[in-house]
Structure formats: structure tokens, C-alpha cells
Design a protein around this ligand. Structure first.
Ligand code: AMP
Length: 282
């Protein structure tokens, strides 16, 4: 069922709370794919009432053209959700419903988690993410909220947000869903040609290479190898490849023992920016 207004959403949620149902929130920007549907599936396992928000949040875009070109397809999104998950409430507000006249991000101090990688290359992005998720949490008051590991830095930001704002939400991280060739599912993949989608498998191959070499090679050696992979594909531009510890997300050149690490990558295919990451040693 589709709800556009906050007041209507809250009326519906009151019914769920009165029935002592657990409420789960899956925030999305729409153009749904099987990665989003997997999150909804996880939510359904532990929550009797699931809310999926579909909202292209303007304050998290640091690039006007990226915001403008972001794929939007509400009718198809609704049809997908309704056919698999008919009891889900879809909350698709207008920008004014969320922001009123002041379309601006709040400032947060997420510490080192937002200093590097997406935080470094997309100025203001995580303040925008924090702003929308804090508002959605306040509106929906979910018991659980579901986020993909595909955006691992975002997942850590949300965990930190819950800590800072002391909201009583349990944050659940869900595994990345991939195409057969390894390319992480993403709404932005819609902007790629079939050939680009095939070639974009090198992003995942780079991550797998890092994982396979992590124990025996130095981080400098791994980085050199990854750069080499990208040099063979001139239409791909590697923005960053970093290895960082999961807790602080600070890129490192040296490995500490008993520390879980992930590799993080961002690359452009023409103007389409793709990100991905992988666990290396845990
Ligand atoms: P988005 O609509 O891209 O903002 O994503 C909404 C949620 O879906 C976020 O928590 C993402 O991390 C998650 N997500 C996006 N792509 C995938 C994927 N391939 N696998 C799992 N989760 C994903």
C-alpha cells in the first residue's frame, strides 16, 4: 500500500504498534532491484509490519547532474513490492513533506568513519544521509532498520547515527546482491550499456584479487595490482581503492593482527559512479 503523507503513515503505524507488531524500516531511493528486495525479505523475517521508504534524498547528492539523472520509477517499484510483499507499507513522500522549505542537511560528527573514501570524495554526502535517516527513524520509529553492506561506509554511519542520537533502533546489515558476473546490483547500473555492465565485472574482480592476495601480499603490492587491472580498461576510471579497518574506516598501508579489514572501491564508467566493497579477512 502506498502512502505519501507522514500523517497517514503514522495512522497506519499506530495500528501495528497497538497490535504489538515489530516495525521494520527499509530506506531506499527507489529504482528497486533484487538487492532492495533482499533487504525487504530480511525485514519480513523479523518484523510483522515492514515500511519501505522510496525517496531520492536531495541533500545527499553532492552533484546536481547525478541527482537529476538518478533513475525514478515509482509505478514499477510499487508493482515489484506488491507482487512479492503485499503487506508492506511503501512511504514515498514529496521533498516538501520531509524538508518543508528548508532543503538542507544537518551537520553530524561521525568522526573517522566519514573522513575517507565516500566521505572524502562526496563532500556533504553523509550529512545528507544522516539527516534523512534520522528523520525517517523519528517518523517511523522502527524497531529494526535494514541496510545493505553494498554501502558499507553508510551502514557504519547509520550505526554511529543511532549511537549519537540514542534512537532505539536495531540496525541490521544485509549481504550484497550481485549479478552473475559479480557486479553489485545498483540502481545506477540502469545507466550502463550491456557491454559496460559486462566489463564492470572488473570492479568485483579487483575486490576478489585483493581478498585472495590479502594474506600473502603487502597492501602496496595489492594496490599496484588493482591499478594494473584498471589500466587495461581505459573507459573505467578508478577513483579510489582502499583497504580500511571495519571499526574506524581509516585506510591503511599496514596490517594489524586481530583487526577485520575490508577493501573499498569507487570507479567511473563514463559518468556513472559505481562503488563496492568486500570483507578481506573475516
Ligand atoms: P539505495 O536505494 O541505493 O539508496 O539503497 C537502499 C538500500 O539498499 C541501502 O541500504 C543499500 O545499501 C541497499 N542496497 C543497494 N544495493 C544493494 C545490493 N546490491 N545488495 C544489497 N543491498 C543493496
Amino acid at each position: 500500500m502506498l502512502v505519501n503523507q507522514t500523517s497517514k503513515l503514522q495512522t497506519k503505524l499506530k495500528k501495528a504498534v497497538n497490535k504489538q507488531q515489530k516495525v521494520g524500516l527499509v530506506p531506499t531511493m527507489g529504482a528497486l532491484h533484487s538487492g532492495h528486495l533482499a533487504l525487504i525479505g530480511e525485514a519480513q523475517k523479523i518484523c510483522e509490519q515492514v515500511v519501505v521508504s522510496i525517496f531520492v534524498n536531495p541533500t545527499q547528492f553532492n552533484n546536481a547532474s547525478d541527482l537529476e539523472k538518478y533513475p525514478r520509477n515509482l509505478e514499477q517499484d510499487l508493482a515489484q513490492i506488491q507482487s512479492s510483499y503485499p503487506n508492506v507499507i511503501v512511504f514515498a513522500p514529496e521533498v516538501s513533506e520531509i524538508y518543508g522549505k528548508n532543503v538542507a542537511a544537518e551537520e553530524f560528527d561521525f568522526g573517522s568513519i566519514t573522513t575517507f573514501m565516500e566521505g572524502e570524495y562526496r563532500a556533504g554526502h553523509f550529512n545528507g544521509v544522516g539527516t534523512i535517516i534520522k528523520r525517517l527513524f523519528n517518523l517511523v520509529k522502527p524497531d529494526f532498520a535494514f541496510f545493505g553492506e553494498k554501502d558499507f561506509q553508510q551502514l557504519r554511519v547509520i550505526q554511529k547515527l543511532v549511537e549519537i542520537t540514542e534512537q532505539p533502533v536495531k540496525v541490521v546489515g544485509c549481504a550484497t546482491q550481485r549479478e552473475v558476473n559479480g557486479l553489485a546490483k545498483s540502481s545506477r547500473n540502469q545507466r550502463l550499456t550491456e557491454e559496460q555492465k559486462e566489463k564492470a565485472a572488473i570492479i568485483y574482480q579487483a575486490l576478489e584479487t585483493a581478498k585472495n592476495k590479502f594474506n600473502q601480499s603487502s597492501i602496496a603490492e595489492i594496490k599496484t595490482e588493482i591499478k594494473g587491472i584498471f589500466e587495461a580498461y581505459p573507459e573505467f576510471e578508478l577513483e579510489y581503492f582502499e583497504i580500511a579497518d571495519v571499526k574506524h574506516l581509516v585506510p591503511t598501508e599496514t596490517k594489524q593482527t586481530n583487526t577485520p579489514y575490508r577493501a573499498f572501491i569507487a570507479a567511473f564508467v563514463n559518468e556513472v559512479r559505481l562503488i563496492d566493497n568486500i570483507a578481506l579477512n573475516y
